[in-house]
Design a protein around this ligand. Structure first.
Ligand SMILES: *Cc1c(COP(=O)(O)O)cnc(C)c1O
Length: 447
């Protein structure tokens, strides 16, 4: 529908408009606030600067913008055929981030991070990936910026989803199943459980360990951190523009949450307008029942990885040692939530809900049969919430305007759909015992 030609020249930073700022990240060993020097072992200085920035706008480097132009602005579409199926007076709009070369929103930050690392003389990037969306985005960014990329991929996905691994390798990246025997963190997990399916937390430990050991290697994170959320603001800024062109403004903005980056990408530019006196709207973050950090986790200080190597952040968490069940939305299997999204929930600015995976696949089928695009299993969580919202609008007889982020397509997740169509998928009960055990192992921080 509305492609438009507006591509922002600057990123938006919600920190400028929030009534309070999130507490600073702490050093994993000393528990003191991290200094920029502490962080520089892992990240380039410009990303560290953005991490703490309270400037409202940050210029997008021209070289990054030129690469964005390969797929941005992404289309804003109205899902009229889905509206018709649901027989709802609601208007459903979606921002199609599946239009990027690797099929998700993740290159919006991957390209920026690779650019800043290259500019500061870094020769290799390491990272983790779950389902493979982030790994393939960083692999592509590394190819564009001519910088080596080494990806630790959660073992369960490495074997279940060879398509993503082949994509990373085609971009020239190295991909290793995690836990691996290449790092102390990986070897410790394998000693306990030689068949460990892995988790994002474990893979992060491996990638971070490698970056700490080599001064020319730095680490990239695909979500959670403030600078990542800043880069994703291109989504919402374009959407603001495109909704205005369509003569509409959302009543509700919806996104699925793994670490919180695609949700904040679409939500924060609208939330910024609201905080500056604009229209009050509802923001809904959608998570899986199997990994419900906002709705069931604690808001407290915790590590970003399993082994306790990363900075400690105040966030919603299920505990860094919690290994979520192997649901098909691999990108949503992370124990923590972005500190900024967590703070927004604490301040009552956003809502969160969780859904079991089967109901999300059901919603995806309705979307596929009406709008034609197979969503990533992660995205299907947002679609579930959108359909429920549209049905509620019907019950209330309201012409509600719903905007959601279509975070990625599922063309490389077809084995998940096969399992669903074969009736092999089931729902997981909330893993209460595992969460209770993990929450006992939080770092002891005096506040
Ligand atoms: C990674 C991913 C997510 C979850 O990550 P966020 O940082 O919460 O956005 C959601 N959808 C898709 C398609 C992804 O690749």
């Amino acid at each position: 529908m509305s492609q438009g030609n507006f591509l922002p020249k600057r990123w938006y930073n919600l920190m400028a408009d929030l009534p309070t700022l999130p507490p600073p990240p702490l050093h994993p060993l000393t528990h003191q606030p991290m200094s920029p020097e502490d962080m520089s072992a892992l990240f380039p200085m410009e990303c560290i600067r953005q991490e703490a920035s309270t400037e409202r706008y940050i210029p997008i480097p021209e070289e990054v913008r030129e690469i964005y132009e390969l797929w941005r602005p992404t289309p804003l579409r109205r899902a009229r055929r889905l509206e018709k199926l649901l027989d709802t007076p609601a208007k459903i709009y979606y921002k199609y981030e599946g239009a990027s070369p690797v099929g998700s929103h993740k290159p919006n930050t991957a390209v920026a991070q690779a650019y800043y690392n290259k500019a500061e003389g870094v020769t290799q990037l390491t990272t983790e990936t779950g389902a493979g969306q982030w790994g393939s985005a960083l692999a592509m960014a590394g190819a564009f910026m001519d910088i080596a990329v080494k990806v630790y991929m959660v073992s369960a996905s490495y074997h279940l989803k060879p398509g993503r691994r082949i994509m990373m390798q085609s971009f020239g990246a190295t991909c290793t199943p995690s836990p691996s025997d290449e790092t102390a963190a990986g070897r410790a997990i394998l000693a306990q459980d030689p068949d460990s399916p892995g988790s994002l937390g474990i893979a992060i430990s491996e990638a971070v360990e490698l970056a700490l050991a080599d001064p020319e290697t730095k680490y990239c994170l695909g979500s959670v951190l403030n600078h990542v959320l800043i880069h994703q603001s291109v989504i919402g800024q374009e959407a603001l523009h495109q909704m205005a062109e369509a003569g509409a403004y959302p009543d509700v903005v919806i996104g699925c949450v793994g670490g919180g980056s695609n949700f904040s990408g679409i939500a924060f530019p609208f939330l910024g307008e609201q905080l500056r006196g604009g229209k009050e709207i509802r923001f809904v973050a959608v998570e899986p029942d199997a990994c419900p950090k906002i709705t069931k986790g604690a808001y407290t200080y915790d590590y970003g990885d399993t082994s306790g190597l990363t900075p400690i952040m105040k966030m919603h968490t299920l505990g860094h040692t919690f290994v979520p069940p192997s649901i098909h939305a691999g990108g949503l299997r992370y124990h923590g939530m972005a500190p900024l999204v967590s703070l927004c929930e604490e301040l009552g600015l956003i809502d969160a809900i969780s859904y079991p995976q089967l109901s999300c696949f059901e919603a995806a089928m309705q979307f596929i049969k009406t709008e034609g695009i197979i969503p990533a299993p992660e995205t299907s969580h947002a679609i579930r919430a959108v359909i429920d919202e549209a049905l509620d609008a019907k019950e209330q007889g309201e012409e509600r305007v719903i905007l959601f982020n279509f975070s990625g397509h599922g063309f490389l997740d077809l084995t998940s759909y096969q399992a669903y169509l074969n009736g092999e998928l089931h729902n997981y009960a909330y893993p209460q015992q595992a969460v209770n055990a993990a929450l006992k192992l939080l770092p002891k921080i005096e506040e």
